[in-house]
Ligand binder design. Structure first.
Ligand code: ASP
Length: 586
């Protein structure tokens, strides 16, 4: 038998027991005639002791152990004199009488400690070592627990998990497809699913009215900081439902997970806010509601006083920052730099300080009377001591910039604690968005999303105004999930394809299988998919999803451990009838 116990389970009750443990050498310390070795496995750390006076040969052996050696140690559990109350095994140690080296280790390229000296790329190259670290291991365990709870809850409300294929045809979720060449039909390709969207809809046609799946999705996008080319969704679909049925069902899941994973009871219903309201008030379709600081529209109030920045602007908005009227020149300059960053995109920042003594000072004093400025304070709900930050310009860009500024101020004022969670549903998204570059509409969610029934008529007349029966679950400014009620009526689906610029033939070629299925009795249906990695990371209190994925890719989509994407052999290319077009040098 390799081991009788793990390194995490022995405690004072086990004192006197003869045990055998296996694990990795975390570190060893020589103190006088004693050698202490911390032995680590997935379950914890147990201290081994070797005494020079009792067994000098064994102690000599122990002194030669290097970090990360895999060893087996036999001995007796005994109470420690120097107790460590921080770990469950901290009251005992093993008085070792036999030591076997199972496997040696080279010096690891970084320290396997919570605070490691390894940079991101190095940690990813040696991910199996990184995974040994406590913090990453705990993330993996958290991920496992969340998955287990999701399955538990979904099962309890009658959903069944159905696997869908990975080699499929393109699913339009707004990214590029990863493609896989077919050897048997050279010149043709499978696409990896951007999501199982069409397949889950076919399962509804098949009558599996409550489906879910924890599933890998693949999107070939230019990677932003926290995206992975492959990621995991909790993908769900239901039949015979309206929007509120779906929202209620998954609000149930969210509340269950908060309770089980974080111990947080959320009793009140999640706020439901229209897309339009979210944009107007917070400048974003994923508002962080841990703090208020809404956007106030100042356009009408400030125009027409000869200040060209305002007079030429389509939109002027401000946020009232509580208690910051004493911001210094330097702090305001910093904020100006912030709003001018390309990601924020404003041209400049204007301010109004409403001092605690009631006096008002602004960067545009020249153009406005004290009364004018007083009006702004009222319009923005300011109290003495508050600071108003104002941006002006094109409406949609200015709203986006105000949203970024709002988040920045939230950070500066510590209003975005990772221990507080404020969920909301954003509903009634536009069905279409206009793409200036290609001069056509594209689906804001995806092409299978239905319009709100009262807006169907508008689809022909004014598609830009049609609202979708779509919704997102937003928590703390992050989109955790999104979905919609679908078109189950082939004629509405065809109209949708038409507005999106597909000819009938193209729609048939790409989505004929779905339109065909709708000929055989399609129930009304709708669903949602949650970003599983993101949700777990949020529960884990981190912004990045990377350390919640066992083997993630880097920012350029590379797996630096497997060293891939990589070339394939001439033979494979030949079988696939693929010729690589090499860039000419120089
Ligand atoms: N397939 C959608 C997505 O991946 C989710 C859904 O509409 O259910 O975003």
């Amino acid at each position: 038998m390799y081991r009788t116990n793990t390194c995490g389970e022995l405690n004072i009750q086990s004192a006197g027991k003869e045990v055998t443990l296996c694990g990795w050498v975390q570190k060893s310390r020589n103190l006088g005639g004693m050698t202490f070795v911390d032995l680590r496995d997935r379950y914890g750390i147990t201290q081994l002791v070797f005494n020079m006076e009792v067994n000098s040969e064994l102690c000599g052996q122990a002194r030669k152990l290097g970090r990360e050696f895999v060893i087996q140690a036999k001995g007796k559990v005994r109470e420690r004199s120097n107790k460590n109350t921080k770990i469950p095994t901290g009251e005992i140690e093993i008085d070792v009488n036999e030591l076997n080296i199972i496997s040696r280790s080279e010096l690891p390229p970084f320290t396997i400690e919570d605070e490691t000296d390894g940079g991101d790329e190095l940690r990813m190259k040696y991910r199996y070592l990184d995974l040994r670290r406590n913090c990453i291991k705990n993330n993996m365990i958290l991920r496992h627990k969340v998955a287990r709870e999701v399955r538990q809850y979904m099962d309890s409300i009658g959903f069944i998990e159905v696997e869908t294929p990975v080699l499929i045809k393109s699913t339009p979720e707004g990214a590029r497809d990863f493609v896989v060449p077919s050897r048997m039909q050279p010149g043709t390709f499978y696409a990896l699913p951007q999501s199982p969207q069409t397949l889950k809809q076919l399962l509804m046609v098949a009558g599996y009215d409550r489906y879910y799946q924890i599933v890998k999705c693949f999107r070939d996008e230019d990677l932003r900081a926290d995206r992975q080319p492959e990621f995991t969704q909790i993908d769900c679909e239901m039949s015979f439902v309206e929007r509120n049925d779906v929202l209620d069902t998954f609000e149930g899941l969210a509340k269950y997970l908060f309770r089980k994973i974080k111990g947080i009871e959320i009793n009140e219903p999640f706020l439901r806010m229209s897309y339009q309201e979210a944009i107007e008030r917070y400048g974003s379709d994923k508002p962080d509601l841990r703090f208020d600081m809404r956007i106030n529209v100042l356009t009408e109030a400030v125009k027409g006083h000869g200040f060209s920045v305002f007079d030429s602007a389509e939109y002027i908005g401000g946020i009232c920052v509580p208690g910051c009227s004493e911001y210094s020149r330097k702090q305001l300059d910093e904020l100006t730099e912030f709003v001018k960053r390309p990601q924020v995109g404003a041209k400049g920042l204007l301010y109004l300080k409403y001092s605690p003594d009631g006096s008002i000072k602004s960067s545009v004093d020249k153009f406005y009377t004290a009364d004018d400025l007083k009006k702004w304070t009222a319009l923005s709900g300011m109290k003495p001591g508050d600071l108003l930050l104002i941006l002006a310009g094109d409406r949609s860009k200015t709203l986006t910039a105000l949203s970024e500024l709002r988040l920045e101020m939230g950070n500066r004022l510590n209003l975005r604690s990772k221990e507080r969670f404020v969920p909301l549903w954003v509903i009634d998204f536009p069905l279409f968005e206009w793409d200036e570059e290609i001069s056509r509409f594209y689906a804001m969610h995806h092409p299978f999303t239905s319009p709100k029934p009262e807006d169907i008529e508008l689809m022909k007349k004014d598609p830009g105004k049609v609202r979708a029966n779509a919704y997102d679950l937003v928590i703390n400014g992050t989109e955790i999930g999104g979905g919609s009620i679908r078109n189950h009526d082939a004629s509405v689906q065809k109209l949708m394809f038409k507005v999106l610029g597909f000819t009938e033939k193209e729609a048939e070629e790409q989505f004929g299988f779905l339109l065909n299925a709708f000929k055989y009795g399609a129930p009304p249906h709708g669903g949602i998919a949650f970003g599983f990695d993101r949700w777990v990371a949020m529960f884990g209190g981190q912004d990045s999803i990377r350390d919640f994925i066992a083997f993630p890719k880097n920012n350029s989509g590379r797996d630096v451990m497997l060293d891939t994407p990589s070339e394939i052999s001439e033979k494979q290319l030949e079988e696939l009838k693929i010729v690589i077009k090499r860039e000419k040098e120089g």
